[in-house]
Write a protein that binds this ligand. Structure first.
Ligand SMILES: [Zn+2]
Length: 429
């Protein structure tokens, strides 16, 4: 067992933040040998229960749950910051040429290593990530994630039409490859597989039908895709699938809306779409830096809440502009505030942080497993330094409430704040 004395942030069942200014976090193996939170709370109240246990003194630091990135593309690590006139030219000119190179396992392995280093540097301990259409890209990152002991989910991209040579796959083989990868990787250590149609316009109906059949056959496997990111894409989907009620409805028609199905963006939805997401347990991966960068639109938090939709935060690198959960939370705040195209609201610091930790875990169906530091959760956590920069030190010293402390970190924080990222199985940095 190991113990840490620091300020500690975690979340109550009602999603509200719980904070110990002088806390104790005790970590140790559970009955299955998983490294989990054994106890957490006020230092003075708890420490007497653990005589003789060495306590690492991290006073002045903040221990918080590791962040969860609900949507990110590891092969786009080198696409971040590419200048392009919107989504479709960005795909054609930058993303597809880069992804073509992932047929080469050595290239995939090299980028996977850089990508996982970036996640750790930024305090991200779980991600639901796209690979490319090449099965080798999936093997490369699963091997690296397994070696690091990460809870990590990815899948081979399905795209059998409207895609250039080099990334386009073949319908029947793509489904055979997907099932083989599920059998090879899903449930191995902390790894999970996601059936991954790129987005409806780049899959034939036959490929989407096959994906839906696999989703029914393997109900605890995840599904990930994109929906309703921008208006050109919505129009294109409507032309290609005239029988479906809406773009989201395409996925529903092929059996791809269910628990553990995560759709990035979800901006240009209507009320019936939102109700369909809620009733099927389908989740939105809100990707605010990407949506602002590509000018796609603004996720409507009020409408999502009214419909009872679940959602969480995502970087969407390389459309997104940062791996940093702090940058993503700040962008989500700005998207929430936007009140010209939808009702504007002010997300609280606790709500923003929850969406990137416990809320994201709930969205993935991993509530009680990761994303929180309540007893029994796998011990993935970050050690944050509220004095990491001169201005941050000045602001956090003046914080009179938890909201003020967390919001200073959200607005001024980045990778400099992340002093340590601890994975249940190992420690990095
Ligand atoms: Zn994406």
């Amino acid at each position: 067992m190991r113990a840490y004395r620091a300020a500690i942030l975690r979340f109550a069942d009602d999603h509200s933040p719980l904070y110990e200014a002088d806390g104790l976090l005790v970590v140790g193996p559970d009955a299955q040998g998983r490294r989990v939170v054994r106890a957490v709370g006020d230092h003075a109240a708890l420490v007497g229960n653990y005589p003789g246990l060495a306590v690492e003194d991290l006073r002045g630091k903040l221990i918080a749950p590791g962040f969860i990135d609900l949507h990110v593309h590891y092969p786009q690590t080198d696409v971040i910051g590419a200048p392009a006139a919107g989504l479709l030219p960005w795909l054609e000119n930058y993303t597809f040429p880069h992804e073509t190179r992932f047929a080469d396992p050595a290239h995939a392995a090299e980028v996977a290593e850089v990508f996982l280093d970036e996640l750790a540097r930024h305090g991200v301990t779980t991600a639901l990530a796209f690979s490319t259409s090449h099965p080798a890209s999936v093997d490369a990152i699963f091997e690296k994630a397994r070696a690091r002991g990460l809870r990590f989910i990815t899948g081979k991209v399905l795209q059998d039409r409207h895609s250039p040579d080099g990334v386009r796959d073949e319908t029947e083989q793509s489904l055979i490859d997907t099932e083989a990868l599920i059998q090879r990787w899903h449930g191995v250590d902390r790894l999970g597989y996601a059936i991954t149609p790129r987005f409806a316009p780049t899959s034939t109906p036959a490929q989407l039908r096959g994906a839906g059949e696999l989703a029914a056959k393997y109900p605890d496997v995840w599904i990930q895709s994109h929906v309703a990111e921008n208006r050109d894409e919505v129009r294109w989907a409507a032309e290609l699938f005239p029988e479906s009620r809406s773009y989201l409805g395409v996925y529903g028609d092929f059996g791809l809306l269910r628990e553990r199905a995560v759709y990035a963006h979800c901006i240009h939805l209507d009320q019936a779409d939102r109700e369909l997401m809620a009733s099927t347990g389908t989740v939105a991966a809100v990707s605010p830096t990407s949506n602002l960068f590509l000018g796609s639109g603004f996720f409507d938090y009020a409408a999502a809440d009214a419909a009872g939709m679940r959602y969480g935060l995502a970087s969407d690198v390389g459309g997104g502009t940062s791996f940093s959960p702090f940058h993503t939370m700040l962008a989500a705040y700005c998207v929430g505030r936007e009140g010209q195209t939808k009702p504007g609201l002010s997300l609280t610091p606790g709500q923003l942080w929850w969406q990137h930790t416990a809320g994201a875990a709930r969205a993935l169906g991993l509530e009680g497993v990761v994303g929180n530091l309540q007893p029994g959760h796998e011990a993935d956590f970050v050690v944050l330094n509220p004095q990491a920069t001169p201005l941050l030190a000045r602001k956090t010293a003046q914080a009179d409430s938890l909201d003020e402390l967390l919001f200073a970190l959200i607005v001024l924080g980045d990778d400099r704040v992340v002093e340590r990222t601890t994975i249940a199985a190992a420690q990095h940095r």
